[in-house]
Structure formats: C-alpha cells, structure tokens
Design a protein around this ligand. Structure first.
Ligand code: NAD
Length: 456
C-alpha cells in the first residue's frame, strides 16, 4: 500500500467495509493476545538487542503490561460501548436522551523507543477496542521491536484494518500531511509541538503523551531508607530512560548524606558491585544519547557511580549531590541514569523550585505526615504520581495516565483509553404523538411566564 494514500484507504475501509462491532473487536484482541504470548521469546530478544533489557523488565513493563491491558479491555468493552441513557430535564418532556459511542475512524499512533513495545501497543489496544482503523508508527530507534510489532500485528489484522509503518522522519512526515481522525503521539515535548501543528491543518484531535522533569520531593518525616530504595528502583529502571522516572530529588539539607548512602546501598543490592556485568541493567539506546548524558555529568558532584563505556553505551547508575538549578543537568529532561539531588532548607523553597518548572508528567512525594501529604499534593500540579513510591501509578488501569501543560494533553489506560478513541454522540429522541406548543412562535405573555417558571 502506498504510504501517501494510507489514511484514505483505511478511511474508505472504515466507511464502506463491514462494521467493526464489539464482538469482532473482542475476537481481534483475544487473537492479538494469543500471538503476543506465542511471540514472547522473540519480543524478549528484540528488547535485549534494542535496549539490553532483562527478561524480567521486558515482561513486567512491556509484555505483561500489554496482556493485562488486553484482558481489561476484553472484559469491559461491551459495557463501555453500550448506548447510555441519561436524564432529560422536564422542559424537554416527553423526549429521552442517549449517548452513543462511535469510533473516530482512522487513528495515527506514533510511539517512542524507550518502552517500544508497550507504548506502541497500549494506545493501539484502546483504539481497536473503540472500533478504529489504525496506522501504527513505532520508533526507528528500537528497530528490532518495531519489526516484531509489525509481524505480530500483521498476523492478526488485515491491511484494511491496521497498517504498521516502520521508519523515521521521512515516513512520519509523509503520514502527518494526511488527514487522520485522531492522532495519538508519545514522545518529546519538542516533537509534540510539530505533531500538534500538523494536526491543526486538518483540525484533527490529538492526545500528546510528552515528557519533562518529574520531581521527587522528600519531606523531613519521610522513611529515608524506603524512599532511597524506591527512588533507585524507579530511576534506574530501563537505565533511567523512562518518561515518568524521578528526574531530580529535593531533600532537606540535613538528610542528603544519609539518603545518598542508602541509595548507594540499594543500587549495589540491585545490580551488584560491578553494574556492567549485571544482566538486569539495560544500556543507553544509542551513542547520541550517551554523549548527551555524558555532557550532563559534573565530576566533583558525583557521589555514586559515574562509570561510562561508550562502546557499550553503558552509563552506570549515577547520583550527583549538591546540585544547583543552574547546572546543565537541571536545564532539560535527563532521560538517563543520572540522579541530581538538590538540598533544601525549607519545604516552601522546595515547592517553589518545582512550581518554577513547567507542570511535570509525574510527581513523587515521600512523607509520613498526612497533613503534609494533603497540603503538598493539593499545591503541586502534575499529570500523575505516587505518595511514598515511584513510577508504579501507571500500572493501575483505573488511573488515567497523561500529562498536563508541556508534559501532555489528554490521557489513556483502561477505560480512559476507550474514551480517548471514542466520539460520544449525544442524541435527544422525540416522539411525534405529542407536540407541546410552548416553544413555537408567536410568543406571548403567557408563554413567557411559563418559560420563566420552568427555566429559573
Ligand atoms: P521523539 O519525540 O524524538 O520521537 C517520538 C516519535 O516521533 C518517534 O516515532 C519518531 O520517529 C517521531 N519523530 C521524531 N522526530 C520527528 C519529527 N521531527 N516529526 C515527526 N515525527 C518525529 O521521542 P523519543 O526520543 O523517541 O522518546 C523520548 C521522549 O519521549 C522523552 O521526552 C520522554 O519523556 C517522552 N516519553 C513520554 C512518554 C509518556 O507517556 N508521556 C512515554 C515515553 C517517552
């Protein structure tokens, strides 16, 4: 199929083909699950090659995540897709009101390289559950995973249902000139702006799942050991190449040294004394990102790690202490295994630092005091987050996942995914036996007093 015509071909199929009813969607998703389960060894291999991911991480954060999402969709689509009756005000008597769910049509999904399987298929499952035709554009920087996604999807869906376009800038640009009914993009804030601009040409609605600096605030009552353990886990998972990884830590000045000590202990427990030989610790995606990250390091401030190997794209878990806001590492999203720690004197100073950055995708608070938790959570704007944990909030399908401001527009996961890819049609249904004359001209004093009686 010609790339330039792809949206048109799928739109024709959507308009003129057999309806993609709920039963068929469930069958397709069940089939997709079966093929994914059968392809597990190949997916594990692909992620090992692309990012050096361990089998455990691949299963927990990519394959298992997707299987859970499919199960959840299959279980719920029928009830979500039902026509819903809503209340009708007395003034609209004797009609009734309904909301119908309808697929948007042809959806374009563009995904990044860091969780290349999960971030491509998770929105895809939502788009299919809602009954759409889909063009999938996985990331060119995770080429092995991109190719296995194409293989799996092509086994389950026909060319007139789903098309997987592999490639980079040229292919994405060719796609973006076309008219889609919805665009779902996951990636950097900079490219997000390009996507939104292209979408505006056709007034195409978008979901933008973007990035930014997600802070971690440690309050003085925090359990410091648990905080260090969970921050180390969330930060060094996928070698820090996680959109919701804690980007930087704010900690009371007197607690900094103990925290660094506990971080060091947990990093060693997780990955051993020689992290390079650990099978559980991934690699940086490519040389470009390795160089970018290397450039953020300040030797004198490194308190843990700092080990590098460009040939292997290896950067060990690295902690920098006494970091200042003007340091390079604080200017942009880190997206790698470098954790800057900024000590603070007063809680309000720390909150001010967070609020001076754009609204983050994630926020993590460690505290043992209820009133502090309530106060801080209500004060700081963010997309999603955890109290006394990191990253794990996105594993709950009942919590919509998305950013706010420059970290994103819209959200998904679970029911929210179905809703994201659904156009809700509002219908007021009238009969013809009764026709109340009140609303029709000519108007008079009596009609006016009736309308004033009803609408007040
Ligand atoms: P990216 O923005 O460079 O690329 C994402 C996708 O956009 C890829 O498929 C790529 O081919 C395409 N693309 C790149 N440049 C383009 C252009 N000029 N025009 C059109 N398409 C283009 O992002 P990335 O490097 O793959 O991923 C890292 C970023 O993604 C980080 O900022 C991270 O925070 C963010 N991210 C966000 C989430 C989330 O759920 N919010 C998840 C993962 C990653």
């Amino acid at each position: 199929m010609k790339l330039e015509k792809i949206a048109t071909v799928l739109r024709d199929a959507h308009r003129n083909g057999a309806p993609f009813n709920v039963k068929m969607r469930i069958q397709k998703l069940a089939h997709l699950k079966k093929v994914i389960v059968r392809s597990e060894p190949e997916i594990v291999q692909a992620l090992k090659k692309d990012l050096g991911k361990s089998e455990f991480e691949t299963y927990a954060t990519e394959i298992g995540f997707i299987l859970e999402e499919i199960n959840y969709m299959i279980k719920n689509i029928e009830s979500w897709a039902k026509v819903k009756k809503v209340k009708t005000p007395i003034t609209l008597f004797p009609g009734k009101s309904f909301i119908h769910s309808e697929a948007y049509g042809v959806v374009l999904i563009i995904s990044p390289w860091n969780y290349p399987f999960q971030l491509c298929l998770s929105p895809f499952i939502g788009a299919i559950a809602a009954g759409n035709k889909v063009v999938l554009k996985p990331s060119e920087f995770a080429a092995e995973t991109s190719s296995i996604i194409k293989k799996i999807v092509s086994e389950v869906f026909t060319e007139n249902e789903v098309s997987v376009i592999e490639g980079g800038l040229e292919e994405t640009q060719a796609l973006l000139t076309q008219k889609f009914d919805y665009i779902f993009f996951t990636g950097s804030t900079g490219v997000g702006k390009i996507i939104m601009k292209a979408a505006s040409e056709h007034l195409t609605p978008v979901t933008l799942e973007l990035g930014g600096k997600s802070p971690c605030l440690i309050e003085e009552s925090a359990n410091i050991d648990i905080a260090a353990k969970r921050v180390a886990w969330g930060k060094f998972l996928n070698a820090g190449q996680t959109c919701v990884a804690p980007d930087y830590v704010l900690i009371p000045i007197g607690m900094q040294d103990v925290f660094v000590q506990r971080l060091k202990f947990h990093i060693t427990t997780f990955y051993g004394l020689n992290v390079k030989t650990s099978h559980d610790y991934p690699r940086i995606v490519n040389n470009r990102h390795f160089d970018r990250l290397n450039d953020l390091l300040i030797k004198d401030k490194i308190a843990v790690g700092g080990e590098l190997n460009r040939e292997e794209n290896f950067i060990g878990p690295t902690v920098m202490k006494n970091v200042e806001l003007s340091d390079k590492v604080m200017l942009d999203e880190i997206f790698g295994p470098i954790l800057p720690i900024i000590p603070y004197d007063h809680l309000e100073d720390a909150i001010k630092i967070i609020m001076n950055f754009p609204k983050p995708l994630a926020f993590y608070l460690f505290s043992e005091k209820s009133e502090k938790k309530d106060y801080i959570i209500s004060k700081v704007p963010f997309g999603g987050g955890c109290i006394n944990d990191t990253v794990i909030h996105l594993a709950n399908p009942n919590l919509p996942f998305g950013g706010v401001g420059t970290s994103g527009i819209g959200s998904y996961h679970g029911q929210k995914s179905f809703e994201t890819f659904t156009n809700y049609k509002s219908v007021y249904k009238q009969g013809t036996l009764v026709d109340i004359p009140l609303r029709y001209p000519p108007y008079n004093e009596q009609k006016l007093s009736w309308i004033k009686f009803f609408l007040r």
